[in-house]
Design a protein around this ligand. Structure first.
Ligand SMILES: [Zn+2]
Length: 127
């Protein structure tokens, strides 16, 4: 029996965290594509956005303050949580879940997620 190493999902050993990790991975594999754009994304009040989810695509913009506090993978996690829970969960709880996952996912789990983030940026604008 051979196992394909690259398709194994890295786990943390914490069942709750791993279940949430699988939820966002399932969401990502189901219908979501990550796109990196060249500019800073903003909402209608000009506030900088970490990411934007629209029509099955997650747009990750440039960081205005290039902060390590909010890396691209955090934006991906955030938007995937929105996609997984749709409108039933408030922004505040999505932010709380994002923070918990950022603290508790292992480096291997974060690396696994980063593989879905393109290395190059495109000019394409979110619709
Ligand atoms: Zn949000």
């Amino acid at each position: 029996m051979t196992k394909k190493k690259q398709t194994q999902t890295p786990l943390s050993g914490d069942r709750l965290i791993d279940t949430l990790f699988r939820v966002i991975l399932d969401t990502l594999n189901r219908e979501i594509e990550a796109i990196r754009v060249k500019k800073v994304l903003r909402n209608s009040s000009r506030k900088e956005l970490f990411g934007l989810l629209t029509e099955g695509k997650i747009y990750l913009g440039k960081r205005m303050h290039a902060s390590q506090k909010h890396p691209l993978v955090a934006g991906l996690i955030h938007e995937l949580l929105h996609a997984a829970f749709e409108d039933s969960v408030s922004e505040r709880r999505i932010l709380a879940l994002e923070n918990i996952l950022l603290c508790r996912l292992t480096d291997a789990q974060k690396r696994h997620l980063r593989r879905y983030i393109p290395t190059h940026e495109v000019k394409k604008d979110p619709k």
